[in-house]
Design a protein around this ligand. Structure first.
Ligand code: PA5
Length: 447
C-alpha cells in the first residue's frame, strides 16, 4: 500500500538552522506522545486507538448504520467542533461534489449536519426540509452539555417525536457521549436511545476514529474498516522517533518555521473535496497549539479557486506565512480537454491534456511562485482520495499535532480558552448559576 509522502525541500532552506537545532527536541516530543510522560497525558487515548478499535465495535457500528440506512432518507448528525468536523471532512472528501443533486433517490440516507451553529434560518430551513421525510438523528457531545447541539437536538427531537411518535422516535435516535456524565447521557439512559461511548482519554478534536466519526461515515456508506486500516498503517509509520518519521519531520519543520518568524500556516488543497478536511485540520491545530500567547495560526485555502481572491496576499503580503499542500496524485476519473475547431477561447494548446495535468502544473507553478515570493512550502502527497489514505492523513496530522504542541511548549490536549465566550453568553442569557456573572457583564455593558 502506498503511504503518504512528505516533502520539506522547499521549506528547509528558509529555516535550516532552526530545523537542525531542534532535532533533539523533536525526538523528545515523539517520546512524550508515545509514553504519556508530559502534560495532558490523560488525553492520549487516540495514540493507540486505531489498533484498539475492535472488530466487535466496527460490527456494531455497521449494524446501527444499516438500521438507520434502512429507516431513514436523511440522518442528521448533531454536534459541534470535534463532534462534527471529522465526519464532515471524511464524508465531503469521499462524496460526489454534487451528491445532493445528482441522485434524486439515493440508496442511502443523505447525512446532514446541525448543532454546529446557532443560525435561526439554518435550523428552520432544515426543519422545513425534513417535514414529511423519513429521518433519524445521531446526536454527539462528549461533555453532553454543549449549548449549540443541545438546542438543535431539542428542536429536531420534538419534530421527530411529533412525526412518528415517541416510541418509534427512540429507535431513530443514537446518542454518542460520555459513558457516565452529562445531560445527554442522562437523557439517553432515560429515553432508551442506543448509545456509543466517547472514551474519556480521547479529546473531541482527536475523536474522528471513535464512534463520533465512524458512525456518520458508515451511515454515509463509506468503508470504516479501510479508514481504520489506513490509520493503523500511519500509526506504525510514525511510531519511532527519527528522520524517517514523517509526523516528526512535519512537526519539526513547522516549529522551525515558526521560530524563524513564520506565524501563519496555510493548508492548501487543489481538490474542492478537501475543503472540510482543512476545517478539521484548523480545529486540530488551532485548539491544540493556540495558547499561552503562542501558536501558529492555522488558515486554509482551496486552490486554484482562492488564487483569484487570496493569491495576491499569499504572493506579496506580510512575509509571515508558510504553506502545506495536500496533493492528491491520482484523481478517480479521467477527463480530457477537447479540441475546438474555432479556438475562440485560445486554449487549443491544452487540447487532449487531462484536466488534472493542468491542475498539477498550476500546483507546481504556484509552488515556484510562492517560494520565490518568500513563502516556504511543504508538500504532503497522497495516492488518491479514498478511505485508506484519509485514515493515513488523519492519523498523520494527529500524531504531528501532539509532537508539534510539545515542541512548542504547550499542553496540546486542553482548550481552556474555549470557555471564555460560553461564560459571557451564559451570563447574558441569565443562565441559572451565573447570577454574579450576569450582574458583572450588565455593569460592563452599561458603561
Ligand atoms: O476538541 C474539543 O474538545 C472541542 O472542540 C469539542 O469537540 C467541542 O467543543 C464540542 O464539545 P462536546 O463534544 O463536548 O459537545
Amino acid at each position: 500500500m502506498d503511504t503518504l509522502k512528505l516533502d520539506i525541500t522547499h521549506a528547509y532552506y528558509f529555516a535550516e538552522n532552526q530545523f537542525e537545532s531542534n532535532k533533539d527536541a523533536a525526538v523528545e516530543a515523539v517520546t512524550d506522545v508515545n509514553t504519556g510522560r508530559a502534560a495532558g497525558s490523560d488525553f492520549l487515548g487516540w495514540v493507540n486507538l486505531p489498533k484498539e478499535i475492535s472488530a466487535d465495535l466496527l460490527g456494531q457500528l455497521k449494524a446501527t448504520a444499516a438500521r438507520l440506512q434502512e429507516n431513514c432518507d436523511y440522518v442528521v448528525c448533531i454536534g459541534i467542533g470535534g463532534s462534527y468536523l471529522g465526519a464532515k471532512a471524511v464524508i465531503s472528501a469521499l462524496s460526489n461534489n454534487f451528491a445532493d443533486l445528482v441522485d434524486p433517490a439515493p440508496k442511502r440516507p443523505r447525512v446532514l449536519f446541525a448543532g454546529q451553529n446557532i443560525g435561526e434560518e439554518y435550523i428552520s430551513e432544515l426543519q422545513e426540509l425534513l417535514k414529511g421525510k423519513r429521518f433519524g438523528i445521531i446526536v454527539i457531545s462528549k461533555s453532553g452539555t454543549t449549548t449549540e447541539p443541545a438546542i438543535a437536538f431539542r428542536i429536531l427531537k420534538a419534530q421527530l417525536e411529533e412525526a412518528v411518535g415517541k416510541d418509534k422516535a427512540k429507535d431513530l435516535i443514537v446518542a454518542i457521549t460520555d459513558a457516565q456524565k452529562g445531560a445527554l447521557r442522562t437523557m439517553a439512559n432515560q429515553e432508551g436511545y442506543e448509545t456509543y461511548v466517547i472514551p474519556d482519554n480521547v479529546g473531541g478534536r482527536f475523536s474522528v476514529l471513535t464512534p463520533v466519526g465512524l458512525l456518520p461515515i458508515a451511515v454515509a456508506g463509506f468503508d470504516i474498516e479501510k479508514l481504520v486500516a489506513g490509520a493503523v498503517n500511519m500509526m506504525e509509520t510514525t511510531l519511532h522517533p527519527g528522520p524517517d518519521n514523517p509526523a516528526e519531520t512535519y512537526a519539526r519543520m513547522r516549529n522551525a518555521l515558526y521560530q524563524s518568524g513564520k506565524k501563519i500556516e496555510i493548508l492548501v488543497n487543489y481538490n474542492p473535496k478537501l475543503h472540510y478536511f482543512s476545517e478539521w485540520w484548523k480545529q486540530l491545530y488551532g485548539e491544540s497549539e493556540g495558547k499561552d500567547g503562542k501558536g501558529i495560526f492555522p488558515a486554509s485555502v482551496d486552490l486554484t479557486t482562492d488564487l483569484h481572491s487570496m493569491g495576491q496576499w499569499i504572493q506579496e503580503g506580510e512575509r509571515t506565512i508558510f504553506e502545506t499542500v495536500i496533493s492528491v496524485r491520482k484523481p478517480s476519473v479521467t477527463q480530457r480537454i477537447p479540441e475546438d475547431a474555432q479556438n475562440l477561447d485560445g486554449i487549443n494548446y491544452l487540447a487532449g491534456k487531462r484536466v488534472d495535468e493542468v491542475n498539477k502544473m498550476a500546483e507546481l507553478g504556484t509552488m515556484i511562485a510562492h517560494v520565490e515570493g518568500g513563502v516556504p512550502n511543504m508538500k504532503i502527497e497522497i495516492h488518491s482520495l479514498d478511505e485508506y489514505t484519509l485514515g493515513q492523513l488523519i492519523y498523520f496530522f494527529e500524531k504531528a499535532c501532539g509532537i508539534s504542541g510539545y515542541m512548542l511548549g504547550v499542553n496540546p490536549f486542553n482548550q481552556p480558552g474555549v470557555e471564555a465566550y460560553k461564560k459571557n453568553m451564559f451570563a447574558l442569557l441569565e443562565k441559572p448559576g451565573y447570577e454574579k456573572e450576569t450582574a458583572a457583564i450588565k455593569e460592563k455593558l452599561s458603561k
